[in-house]
Each structure stands twice: as structure tokens, then as C-alpha cells.
Design a protein around this ligand. Structure first.
Ligand code: SAH
Length: 339
């Protein structure tokens, strides 16, 4: 098994089973996440016999870097997993630090009509190690420290809930990467039972909801998940989440030309979100050659923004990154798979 799948507690249990002191787990974590060794032999404060055991029981295999594209303030990585599947991670340089967009699955089953990741269907969930290594390897590649992680790459994180939560525990742990919970964001298309589970985790992790439409008719056309979990129920659970956690929720809204960007849509969105402690992130759509959707014009986006603003909805327009780097979700992988 890859050692990056292990929580501190997993390693403590491992050492306890071997009649060893459990603080050895902390030492191993320190080698992995603070000193960033790439082999067990480098763990010089661990005795030889235990190094041998670790080598027998674990591996430290990294992801294979297939391709790296870069543009102003953005680096896009394509990694190959041991079973030859590929995933993407995108690093963005903001004025507040480096933010990494991490993938949580190979492909995706949610089938949103505008999204490139869903075109290739779900192959499998990512292991904890495969998410942790996206962070570690991008940091090593650029010799930087990542301050923010957003789980908004390929996949639906709440469809791989347990691994995603364990991944978050590791990157959040002071003994590992120490990325603050408030600097970690999980984005979901709206799987209600998992949002309920998530609201009980007692961490200050940010929640983002991919909304993309202000009514059921339009949302069901764009996002299959809306046929299962209706908008009214989604909004109800978000209100419950906010009551319980006292945290503000982000709604993501992709601006699709002539689909969801009208004045009427903006007003309907105002009605839907009035009084909810949230902010709306308007996302200029990244066009992809495989899908027919077009991005709204700058002018339309600004008009939409103004309507929300005038009606006292907190709103931002997402900065556009990497127009020259196959920036749409899943695009690099799709292009690679199709040669
Ligand atoms: N499945 C999760 C997280 C991955 S998608 C979710 O749905 O939230 C991350 C965000 O990117 C979602 O809001 C998704 O709708 C959006 N997205 C997908 N394709 C896009 C594109 N071509 N341009 C801009 N945003 C896109």
C-alpha cells in the first residue's frame, strides 16, 4: 500500500501492532510531510529493522508527471496513476498565495451537460494518496508552499466522500501539511445526504455549491443531479448547514451565453438567495471544443453582476486563468485520452 494513504492514526496502529512506540508514527509523518524524503532509507532516526518492515508493507510511489502547461499565474498538471489513468491538478497564483485545484475521481458520473470531465464517465475514485500526492508533487515541482486547496478538479468529491475527508484531514494536520481548514474548499454539485454528513464534521472547511441555474427547469437541463435533488431541497439543506455551522456558503454560477445569463435569471437568482448568508461566484465559462456551450460576453456578465449587487447579494466574478492551457475542467485529460 502507498504510505500516503495513511492517517497519523493508521500509522500509530501499525506501530502499536508491532509492539513499537506509537510516537514513531509522528516521526514518519515528519519525514514524509516536513522533510519530504522520497525513500524509507532517508528516515535516519528509525531503526534498520523498522525501515525494513516499512519497505515490506508500504511503498512511496509518486504520480508520473505526463505534461505541464503554464501560462501567466497558472500551471496545469497532467499526472498518470499507477494503473495508467490520468488526472489533472491546476495551480493558481493569487495575490493571497498559491491555490491548488485538486481532482477527486478519474472521470465523473454526475453528467453535467456543460462539463468536460463528465464526458468521459467515472472510471474510479481516487485514493487518499493520489490526492495527497497532487499537493506534494506540485509543491516539489515549483519549490513553493501551497496555501489553499480547492477540491474542484475532475470528479464529484461527495461521490468519494470518505477518501476526500481523510485527504482533508492529512493536508489540514499540523503534523503534515498544516493547510488551514478555512483555506480548504470542497465543491459539490449538490448531493444532499453528503452535505448533511459534511455539516457534522466540525471543521471550518468551506463549502461551495455548483448552482448554475435559478430554477428546476433550467437546472435539470444542465445538471442531471437536479432530477434527484431538487433546488428547493438543496436550498433548505444549505440553510440548515449555515444555521448549524455559522459559515458562509459559496454558490458557483457558470455564465453560459443565452442559457442562464439573462436579466430574468439574475432576478430569479436574487429571489432564490435573498437572506441567505452566501456569496455568488460568477464563472466565465471555459469553452471546450467538444461541447457547444459558449461563454457569456463580458457585458452580459457585468450586467448580471450589477443586478445581484443592487439587490444586496454578495457577488464576485472569477478571475480567468490560463486561456492558453486547456483550462476547462477535464480538458487536458480528454485531449490526452483522445490523442
Ligand atoms: N463536481 C464538483 C466539483 C468539480 S467541478 C462540482 O460540481 O462542484 C468544479 C466547478 O467547475 C463546478 O462548479 C463546475 O460546474 C465547473 N465547471 C465545469 N466545467 C466548466 C467549464 N468548462 N468552465 C467553467 N467551469 C466549469
Amino acid at each position: 500500500m502507498n504510505i500516503y494513504n495513511c492517517s497519523l492514526q493508521d500509522l500509530e496502529n501499525y506501530f502499536i501492532k508491532k509492539n513499537e512506540k506509537k510516537f514513531k508514527a509522528r516521526q514518519v509523518f515528519d519525514w514524509l510531510y516536513k522533510k519530504r524524503v522520497t525513500s524509507f532509507e532517508q528516515m535516519t532516526n528509525i531503526k534498520k529493522e523498522l525501515i525494513f518492515d516499512l519497505q515490506q508493507d508500504f511503498n512511496m510511489e509518486h504520480l508520473k508527471l505526463i505534461e505541464r502547461q503554464s501560462d501567466k499565474d497558472v500551471y496545469k498538471y497532467l499526472f498518470e496513476l499507477p494503473d495508467k489513468n490520468t488526472i489533472e491538478a491546476v495551480l493558481m497564483h493569487h495575490n493571497y498565495g498559491y491555490s491548488l485545484c485538486v481532482s477527486s475521481q478519474v472521470g465523473c458520473n454526475m453528467g453535467c451537460s456543460f462539463c468536460e470531465s463528465g464526458r468521459l464517465r467515472l472510471v474510479r475514485n481516487l485514493l487518499i494518496s493520489e490526492m495527497v500526492l497532487q499537493v506534494l508533487q506540485v509543491e516539489a515541482d515549483l519549490n513553493i508552499r501551497i496555501s489553499h486547496v480547492v477540491i474542484m478538479g475532475i470528479g464529484e468529491p461527495f461521490d468519494n466522500y470518505d477518501n476526500v475527508m481523510k485527504f482533508i484531514d492529512i493536508i489540514n494536520s499540523d503534523l503534515a501539511l498544516a493547510i488551514g481548514a478555512r483555506h480548504i474548499t470542497v465543491s459539490t454539485c449538490g448531493i444532499i445526504p453528503k452535505i448533511k454528513e459534511f455539516m457534522n464534521n466540525n471543521k471550518q472547511i468551506n463549502l461551495a455549491i455548483s448552482l448554475h441555474a435559478p430554477n428546476d427547469k433550467l437546472r435539470s437541463k444542465l445538471m442531471k443531479i437536479n432530477k434527484v435533488y431538487k433546488l428547493a431541497d438543496l436550498i433548505d439543506v444549505i440553510k440548515e448547514y449555515i444555521n448549524k455551522t455559522n459559515r458562509r456558503v459559496t454558490f458557483e454560477y457558470i455564465m453560459l451565453k443565452d442559457i442562464n445569463d439573462s436579466k430574468e435569471c439574475a432576478l430569479e437568482l436574487v429571489d432564490l438567495l435573498k437572506g441567505i448568508n452566501c456569496y455568488v461566484n460568477l464563472i466565465p465559462y471555459n469553452e471546450t471544443s467538444h461541447l457547444n456551450y459558449r461563454k457569456s460576453t463580458k457585458d452580459t456578465i457585468l450586467k448580471f453582476y450589477d443586478i445581484l449587487k443592487k439587490n444586496k447579494i454578495n457577488v464576485t466574478i472569477r478571475k480567468e486563468f490560463g486561456k492558453n492551457v486547456s483550462a476547462a475542467c477535464g480538458q487536458l485529460r480528454a485531449n490526452n485520452e483522445e490523442g
